[in-house]
Design a protein around this ligand. Structure first.
Ligand code: NAD
Length: 488
């Protein structure tokens, strides 16, 4: 096994081996994992199935490279990230095709992910030279306080399948900028994009051992082995709350620093004074980006009772106009879900909502195979307490629940254990600000269906995790502070 060439158009030249210490190699036990095309279940490529021996070799490489990388001038680290940004931009079409093939999203959306994901490399190439401490006089006089920032050390990144590039770059960018070396374990469903990115990082001259990629079907064992090693100083995880909880527990042994980007259950509030055209437009983006398979996906539509019927009708009209199909085909708006279990779980949530009193305006049932398709679906009259309102749907289903007062809307929005992002549509400035402040979420989309931006601090509260990715805050996750007391 060497490369994915000869498998599917667009995968020529994409590596399928582990990237450890600057070399590409097969798994220690020569095992492989099949990467499936979610549009028909066929095998796209086979990648190395790394085990704990491979993971430890990757950590050895990262630990060995740490001192030299952190001593590399920030400008040089920044220039390498900038060169990677340029190369990804040049190869945007290739990246988009690989993302679309292994994850299923339409090509246009995959291109959007490349632009968004690549922006983290550019943003943090610029932030690399802006890390600094402070010099301060002791408030009671007599001494000075100096603070300095240092890279936290070797990091482990565990990423999900839904944004195979962006979920990696928003960790790799700040870590490399800060002077940390990394071991990346991408999702086994979508490992090819991360391997392609590692090829770019190698090509622009990121030194051996600074970035290591271990693809594996044994995430639990590999994660546990790495976290049991005190040389690992930081874990950044994006994925489900359940897995995140386990990793937080494992971090206790060596007190590794952790960043957790976990699940969401985003409310989408539409007040009676909202611009309904804008709200429907925003709803389409917030709901349908990535087929609804996004932690930021609008999960619960909370709509004022006076406009709910009109909003539901217009949303259903737009949803029924979408074309479902293979992500690489022209004119497709909605690709397949990631696997059969995803289709089953979305279908079960819809059936349960209907049993609980919801009405289906459009969609509602899984499409016939092959492939793992679920049609755009709008549900109205969904009871506030319905199961679907309490679970992350992760599919193209919009359940609409009504409210009558602002207080009721905010209370319903905040009633979730999650707190990643909330959306609110209103034309009243005072209400906009009051509601934004009252919402218990890490991010608020005010009259917009999209919040993701490399220059903004992305992250949640409560069961959606902690830590921020992007913005000025992003690099802080990879820096420790040393304070020096100086009598003068
Ligand atoms: P997941 O938690 O099943 O898997 C995420 C990653 O963790 C994968 O790489 C997987 O292989 C690995 N993993 C699974 N079990 C592990 C273990 N015991 N030890 C170590 N690694 C393990 O999640 P998923 O199904 O891939 O992704 C969907 C979830 O991710 C959703 O809940 C979604 O909301 C969340 N997500 C959050 C954000 C965010 O920024 N907050 C972004 C994207 C996705």
């Amino acid at each position: 096994m060497t490369q994915a060439s000869g498998t599917r158009d667009g995968l020529e030249g994409v590596e399928t081996r582990l990237f450890i210490g600057g070399t590409w190699r097969d798994a220690d036990d020569a095992g492989t994992i099949d990467v499936l095309d979610p549009a028909d279940g066929s095998v796209l490529a086979s990648v190395a199935d790394g085990g704990t021996a491979d993971a430890m070799a990757a950590l050895d490489a990262a630990a060995d490279a740490q001192a030299a990388w952190s001593a590399t001038p920030p400008r040089e680290r920044g220039e390498l990230l900038r060169a990677a940004y340029e190369l990804v931009a040049q190869r945007a079409d290739q990246f988009a095709r690989v993302i679309s093939l292994e994850m299923g999203k339409p090509l246009a959306e995959a291109k959007g992910e490349v632009t968004y994901g690549n922006e983290f490399l550019r943003w943090f190439s610029e932030e690399a030279v802006r890390v600094h401490g402070r010099w301060m006089e002791n408030p009671v006089g007599g001494s000075r306080m100096l603070t300095m920032k240092k890279p936290v050390g070797p990091c482990l990144f565990i990423t999900p399948w839904n944004f195979p590039l962006a979920m990696g770059t928003r960790k790799i960018g700040p870590a490399l900028a800060a002077g940390c070396t990394v071991v990346i374990k991408p999702a086994s469903q979508t490992p090819l994009t991360m391997l392609l990115l590692a090829q770019v990082l190698e090509e622009v001259g990121v030194p051996a051992g600074v970035v290591n990629v271990v693809t594996t079907s044994s995430s639990r064992e590999v994660g546990a082995a790495l976290m049991a090693d005190p040389r690992l100083r930081k874990v950044s995880f994006t994925g489900s709350t359940e897995v995140g909880r386990g990793l937080i527990g494992q971090s206790a042994e060596h007190l590794q620093r952790i960043s957790m980007e976990l699940g969401g259950n985003a409310p989408f509030l539409v007040f009676e004074d909202a611009d309904l055209d804008a709200a429907v437009e925003g709803a389409m983006v917030a709901k349908m980006r990535n087929m609804g398979e996004a932690c930021t996906a609008a999960n619960r539509f909370l709509v004022h009772e006076s406009v709910a019927e009109e909003f539901g009708r217009r949303l259903a009209e737009r949803m029924s106009g979408l074309t479902v199909g293979r992500g690489q085909d022209d004119g497709v708006d909605v690709g397949p879900l990631i696997n059969a279990e995803a289709v089953e779980s979305v279908g079960a949530l819809v059936s349960e909502a209907v049993e609980e009193g919801a009405r289906v305006l459009v969609g509602g049932k899984p499409a016939e195979g092959p492939g793992w398709f679920f049609p755009p679906t709008v549900l109205v009259d969904v009871p506030a307490e319905a199961t679907i309102n309490r679970h992350e749907i992760f599919g193209p289903v919009a359940p609409i629940t009504t409210f009558s007062t602002e207080e009721e809307a905010v209370a319903a929005a905040n009633s979730s254990e999650y707190g990643l992002v909330a959306y609110a549509y209103t034309r009243d400035l005072t209400r906009s600000l009051r509601v934004s402040e009252a919402l218990a979420f890490g991010m608020v989309g005010l009259n917009t269906g999209i919040v993701s931006n490399a220059a903004a601090p992305f992250g949640g509260v409560k069961a959606s995790g902690f830590g921020r990715e992007g913005g000025f805050e992003g690099i802080e996750e990879y820096l420790d502070t040393t304070y020096v007391a100086i009598p003068l």
